[in-house]
Design a protein. Structure first.
Length: 137
């Protein structure tokens, strides 16, 4: 631990990190519940929370340095909040990727069910002209 005193109080830092952790957790719960109504607000809050880390004087690295200046017990408490937010942020990324894959799979399934994706009543392929597929296919 450095001999310097942090520029922000423990309560201020804890409140700052708690808001970040809460925003990221709220997004995670909205993603897990597939709650499309809550999602836009949760995304906005998470983006604002992550922006606040980037706007912290000195950035994320300085934030960690400042956390390290608190006494050991307070340091552990603050790092726990930061770690929780980090883990949930990584999980959110995975959940978003899974949602995108699920969406692509559903779009593909729907496209296959469309009448233009099947053979016509004479056994031909819709969109083909003289045995050659048209450009629209």
């Amino acid at each position: 631990m450095s001999g310097q005193v942090p520029s922000i109080s423990f309560d201020g830092m804890q409140s700052f990190l708690q808001k970040i952790a809460s925003a990221v957790l709220d997004l995670r719960s909205a993603l897990e519940a597939n709650d499309m109504e809550r999602l836009p607000n949760a995304l906005d809050l998470t983006n604002a929370a992550l922006d606040s880390i980037n706007q912290y004087p000195g950035g994320a690295e300085q934030l960690k340095v400042d956390i390290g200046r608190f006494p050991e017990e307070q340091n552990r408490s603050l790092m726990s909040l930061l770690d929780e937010a980090s883990v949930n942020h990584q999980i959110n990324g995975d959940l978003i990727r899974l949602a995108m894959q699920r969406s692509a799979a559903m779009q593909s399934f729907i496209a296959q069910q469309a009448p233009s994706a099947t053979y016509d009543s004479e056994g031909g392929v819709p969109g083909s002209v003289g045995g050659v597929l048209s450009r629209k296919v």
